[in-house]
Ligand binder design. Sequence first.
Ligand SMILES: C=CC1=C(C)c2cc3[nH]c(cc4nc(cc5[nH]c(cc1n2)c(C)c5CCC(=O)O)C(CCC(=O)O)=C4C)c(C)c3C=C
Ligand code: FE2
Length: 434
Amino acid sequence: MADQSTKENNKETAAEGAQHHGDQGISRRRLLGTAGATGLALGAAGGATGYAVGASDGDSGSSGSSLALTSVGADMAMFHGKHQPGITEGLQASGHLVAFDLAAGAGRTEAAALLRRWSDTARRLMAGEAAAHDDTDVARDAGPSSLTVTFGFGYGFFARTGLEKQRPVALDPLPEFSSDHLDKARSNGDLWVQIGANDALVAFHALRAVQKDAGSAARVRWQMNGFNRSPGATGRPMTARNLMGQIDGTRNPKPSEADFDQRIFVPASGEPSWMANGSYAVVRRIRMLLDDWEQLSVKQQEDVVGRRKANGAPLSGGTETTAMDLEKVDANGDLVVPINAHARITRPDENGGAAILRRPFSFHDGIGADGTPDAGLLFVCWQADPLRGFVPVQRKLDRGDALSKFIRHESSGLFAVPGGAGEGEYVGQWLLEG
Ligand SMILES: C=CC1=C(C)c2cc3[nH]c(cc4nc(cc5[nH]c(cc1n2)c(C)c5CCC(=O)O)C(CCC(=O)O)=C4C)c(C)c3C=C
Ligand SMILES: [Fe+2]
């Protein structure tokens, strides 16, 4: 998925940037149009610089122009907009998911102040600026690097702030699935922040700023760190691979599709009204049982998914984007795409139209006590309504698709992610001040 869509979305981002940032945005867009993700330097034509460049860097002189950023550093996503950032942008190389619980005694007033601080920090950092207070210098010299910071509310938030009447029905707890191995301490939370960037220091910088902003209003409940391929690592833009080696993201809904918004975002007229243009994020930490998976032959692995490992093409033939022929049989009359193949079972047309936008990060948290890698997928999926997205698909998978015995769902969260903040607004203002 960090692929075609990454490139297209980054172009869109740069184009939007051009509207808001004058010449700098225009030269950025020009660069992306020609250099793409190859990491060519902007050069003297001019471009964005890291927030501290020129202020104190002796090598750069007083202007700092000799340290123009490459396209990876200069790419910028917009904080203000109809939707929050971090949903439709392409996969980023580095990510942090962090959930907070409101502190004892913190209620609606403290929560509103926190969201105001967080929004200001997100806006600044996404523009490549320093935090308003006590900046750590970790991202000094770097550009925005496609940083996105996204905020969501969990089920518990509403009782803590006296806003139960505003709690969306769609935020009702997910059903229990028979294959769940959930760690409650690493699940849910009152507030959720997703941070992604194409530079690990930029992402970490944002994480620390968000954590410091929380102050005494909220404390971290859990935090998870993930990664994807770096932009420019492949010779051409490609759909991402996961840690099982599969091409993963091929059949994601595309923003260019007519029903994309309807599937992924709450309509402007939707309920509750503060969720207009928002979305629901389901977050699952899914451990991959890699020692078992890697025992399989490539042919067996391909039968598990129903697609070729090398290029993601359906087993029924063609290329990655060829439609899967679900009826095709081999010389023995057996289905070419096995009946329990993951890519067959999860299709919208096999699940009453249920569709999700998958935007995951891989994770690797070292080696477990049993000697196996603690690695897998921070599965983040977006939808207008979890009961018409994640839930029916996971119910089907829970009955046992071919992939199920190679993965384990270890934690879970469901968060209401409001629409984007307008200029001068903060995320969640319509809820907290409505
Ligand atoms: C409940 C939803 C899903 C979970 C959980 C899930 C876990 C999971 N998936 C892979 C690997 C692949 N998934 C692929 C396709 C695919 N998966 C889901 C849903 C869940 N996956 C959907 C809706 C789809 C698309 C179906 C379609 O429209 O055709 C694929 C195939 C390539 C692709 O289309 O992306 C792979 C590979 C892993 C490894 C995993 C848990 C760790
Ligand atoms: Fe999947």
